[in-house]
Design a protein around this ligand. Structure first.
Ligand SMILES: [Zn+2]
Length: 339
């Protein structure tokens, strides 16, 4: 074995056998924001063989304070986070196989990439996505690690289908909805601490050290020096629609996946096309330019700005309408420009 992982192999929890297991593993990370960037870096440095990362957004200046994989160049080029992450991760570890998807995390797309996934890491920024991941993980019996942070606060829980309570069960007993990214801001250490909990669990699961896997729901507030670890085993409910005996996976139903959404913590609305499309971005850039828009483009997206209106359109036809939370206005602008 190369020198590269020598310090990790020395650690008794991993050893040479564990290192081989890491190399043979495939991890799916949902989201390439602060949690996704840091989770993916730790795991790729640790030597996982294959990583798939899914994200719908692109890198902006306000991300640099805590989203550790990204650079000013990524901001300047308006690179999608998944694509930028792939590039940086390949620079860090050329042996890792990295797959990046610039798309919405919706069940129809995710089911196609789940076949050989050993573990899912939650790095999403909203509960709708997490509940969908919870359903997917249970349907396909894949462990997943919940993580969330805001302000100086963070939390994590390891969910093993068939063993632990699921996110749906937990929501009934542990108050988690209070966590959102709207107004509280966030400091980097809250991200790092959440990621430390998630990646430590990930390593245990990937090497198969099931006895070491944490069974409690952990939460902390770094600014106020508080740390909590709550026993969660009794939260499991047999009538749960995701993990109970009559599971129906409610969040995988088509009507629960919204087409238009206000993005977490931002004056931005995402509009999705009614059907799958692949846009000809050059043509779109030309047409927006002719309509008086100031246009910037890269192989993944077109960004157009005019009179305070700012819209970013991706290859898959999704658009982010910035500067508004008004869904009706966003849809009408989308119709006008892409109709
Ligand atoms: Zn459940």
């Amino acid at each position: 074995m190369s020198e590269r992982y020598s310090r990790q192999v020395l650690f008794s929890g991993i050893g040479p056998h564990g290192q081989e297991k890491l190399k043979a593993s495939h991890v799916l990370i949902i989201g390439a924001g602060a949690l996704g960037a840091a989770n993916s870096e730790v795991l790729v440095r640790a030597g996982i063989g294959k990583l798939t990362i899914v994200d719908r957004d692109y890198v902006e200046e306000s991300n640099l304070q805590r989203q550790q994989l990204y650079t000013e160049q990524d901001v300047h080029k308006k690179y999608p986070k998944a694509a930028a992450a792939k590039r940086h991760l390949e620079e860090i570890n050329s042996e890792a196989e990295i797959h990046a998807f610039v798309m919405d995390a919706v069940p129809q797309s995710l089911e196609l990439i789940l076949q050989d996934v050993d573990l899912i890491i939650d790095a999403a920024d909203n509960f709708e996505t997490r509940l969908m991941v919870n359903d997917l993980a249970h349907k396909h019996k894949i462990p997943w690690i919940y993580g969330a942070c805001v302000g100086s606060f963070g939390m994590s829980f390891t969910i093993l289908p068939g063993k632990t309570p699921c996110l749906n069960c937990l929501l009934r007993t542990i108050p988690m909805q209070g966590i959102n990214c709207d107004t509280a801001g966030i400091i980097g250490p809250a991200v790092q601490m959440t990621v430390a909990h998630q990646t430590a669990e990930a390593l245990k699961i990937l090497v198969g050290d099931w006895d070491a896997v944490r069974t409690t729901f952990v939460s902390f507030d770094l600014w106020n020096s508080q740390y909590q670890s709550i026993k969660a085993g009794r939260a499991k409910r047999d009538d749960c629609l995701t993990c109970g005996s009559d599971a129906v996976y409610p969040y995988l139903q088509a009507e629960n996946t919204t087409k238009t959404a206000v993005l977490c913590g931002r004056e931005t609305v995402q509009v999705r096309p009614p059907a799958l499309v692949q846009l000809e971005l050059k043509q779109l850039a030309g047409s927006l330019n002719a309509q008086g828009y100031d246009v910037k483009a890269n192989p993944y997206l077109v960004s157009a700005e005019n009179d305070g209106e700012r819209i970013v359109v991706f290859k898959d036809g999704r658009a982010l309408i910035h500067g508004t939370k008004d869904v009706v206005y966003a849809k009408s602008l989308y119709q006008k420009l892409l109709g």
